[in-house]
Design a protein around this ligand. Structure first.
Ligand code: SF4
Length: 377
C-alpha cells in the first residue's frame, strides 16, 4: 500500500507561527492547478503497482481552492492509480472556507475525511496567532460538516502558546470533548525562524511559554483525551477506536508515498525526493516537463535513523527486531547503558522487543531521539 500527498501552496493570510510552504498571492492558482495535474501525469509510475491507501490534500489551505480543482486532481488520480473502497481521502480545511455548499461539494467528490485547522476556541488566541477564523466559525463548520455527512473528522489544536494559561487550555479541551471528533492532532507551538513569531522572539517581544507550563498543558491534553477514550497512538495524535489516520500511519510505518506540488516530499523506500519550495519555479519547471526535485539516496544508516525517529513517537515504539533484521543494528549493544538509564528514570518501557516512551518520556522525545541516533554504519 502507498500514499499520495498533494501540496496546495496557498493561504488567505500568514499565521504568525507557520513556516510551511505557502503563498498568499493567489493569482497563480490556475497555472498551479495545471502544473499539479501535469506532475501527476509525469510520475504515474513512481509508486509502481501498489494500491493507494491514502490521498491527502495538505498545504497551505486546500479548502481555499474552488472545489473544481480538487475534483480534477482526484479524477486524474482515480484514472491513474489503483484506489480501494477503503482509500482514505483527506482534505485539510480552515473553518472560514467551509460553507455548507462547499462542504457538500467536497463530500460529493468523495473526500471522506476532513482535517480542520481550528487551533484554538479562544478568540483572543486566534487573533494573537493571526488565524482568519473565529471560535463561532469553527464550531459552526464542524456542525455543518456533520450535517453534510462527514463521519471522519480531525481537529487540529495548538497547545503551549506563548502567554497561555492552564484554564484557557482546559476550556479548549472541554469544548473539543463536547464535539468529540474522531481524531485530534495537537502540537505544541514552536517558534520558528522566518515567521512573525520568530521575528518577535528575536526582538525579545515574544517569550515562549515556560517549560513547566508547556509540560502541564501537554499532560492535561493526554489526561483529558485518554479518559475520554482516545487512543494516544503518536505523541501529538489521538484517535477514537478505528480512526487512526492512514495518512499519518503510512509515514510512521515507512510506506512509500508520492508528494505532488511545490515543497512536497516523496519516499520510495531507498530514496527521498524534495520538490522545489517556490511556486513560480515549480510551475515553470513542470511546464518544461522537468521535475523540479532533488533526490537523496538513503543509506542503511539513514533508514535506520528514520525508523528510530518515527517509531519512537508511536505507541508501539521501536521494534528491536526490525532494527536487527531489516537494518542490521543491535540497539541494545550500541546504546544499552543509555537505554537502562531511561528505563530507570521512568522515561522508557521495554515490552518484549519494543521500546516505548512513557508519558514523561514523551516530553523529552526530541532529545531522546537525538541521543539514540546511530552514527556508525
Ligand atoms: S497554519 Fe495553515 S493556514 Fe496558517 S499559514 Fe500555515 S498553512 Fe496557512
Amino acid at each position: 500500500m502507498a500514499g499520495i500527498y498533494i501540496h496546495i501552496p496557498y493561504c488567505k493570510q500568514a499565521c504568525h507561527y507557520c513556516d510551511f510552504h505557502f503563498s498568499t498571492m493567489l493569482k497563480s492558482v490556475p497555472e498551479m492547478g495545471k502544473a499539479i495535474l501535469e506532475e501527476i501525469r509525469m510520475r504515474g509510475d513512481y509508486l509502481g503497482k501498489q494500491s493507494i491507501s491514502t490521498i491527502y490534500f495538505g498545504g497551505g489551505t486546500p479548502s481555499l481552492l474552488p472545489a473544481v480543482y480538487i475534483s480534477s486532481i482526484l479524477s486524474l488520480i482515480r484514472r491513474s492509480f489503483f484506489l480501494t473502497e477503503q482509500t482514505e481521502i483527506t482534505l485539510e480545511a480552515n473553518p472560514d472556507d467551509l460553507s455548507p455548499e462547499k462542504l457538500k461539494m467536497f463530500f460529493d467528490l468523495g473526500i471522506n475525511r476532513l482535517s480542520i485547522g481550528v487551533q484554538s476556541f479562544d478568540n483572543e488566541v486566534l487573533k494573537f496567532i493571526n488565524r482568519a477564523h473565529s471560535r463561532d466559525q469553527a464550531l459552526k463548520c464542524i456542525e455543518d460538516a456533520r450535517k453534510t455527512g462527514f463521519r471522519n473528522i480531525n481537529v487540529d489544536l495548538i497547545h503551549s502558546i506563548p502567554g497561555s494559561r492552564p484554564d484557557r487550555w482546559q476550556r479548549d479541551l472541554e469544548i473539543i470533548l463536547d464535539i468529540f471528533p474522531e481524531h485530534i492532532s495537537s502540537y505544541g507551538l514552536t517558534i520558528e525562524p522566518g515567521t512573525v513569531f520568530g521575528k518577535w522572539h528575536k526582538e525579545k517581544r515574544l517569550i515562549p511559554l515556560e517549560e513547566d507550563l508547556a509540560a502541564s498543558e501537554y499532560e492535561l491534553l493526554i489526561n483529558y483525551l485518554q479518559r475520554a477514550g482516545y487512543d494516544h497512538y503518536e505523541i501529538s495524535n489521538f484517535a477514537l477506536p478505528g480512526h487512526r489516520s492512514r495518512h499519518n500511519m503510512s509515514y510512521w510505518l515507512g510506506e512509500h508515498y508520492m508528494g505532488i506540488g511545490p515543497g512536497a516530499h516523496s519516499y520510495n523506500g531507498t530514496s527521498r525526493q524534495y520538490n522545489v519550495t517556490n511556486n513560480a519555479r515549480y510551475i515553470k519547471s513542470i511546464h518544461h516537463k522537468e521535475l523540479p526535485a532533488t533526490r537523496e539516496t538513503l543509506s542503511r544508516l539513514d533508514q535506520a535513523n528514520e525508523y528510530l525517529l518515527t517509531s519512537l513517537r508511536t505507541s508501539w515504539g521501536i521494534d528491536l527486531k526490525v532494527l536487527r533484521e531489516k537494518f542490521s543494528f543491535n540497539l541494545l549493544d550500541e546504546q544499552g547503558t543509555y537505554l537502562q538509564r531511561l528505563i530507570q528514570g521512568g522515561l522508557l518501557l521495554q515490552q518484549n522487543e519494543h521500546l516505548i516512551l512513557t508519558d514523561k518520556g514523551k516530553l523529552l522525545a526530541d532529545q531522546i531521539t537525538e541521543d539514540l541516533f546511530l552514527t556508525s554504519p
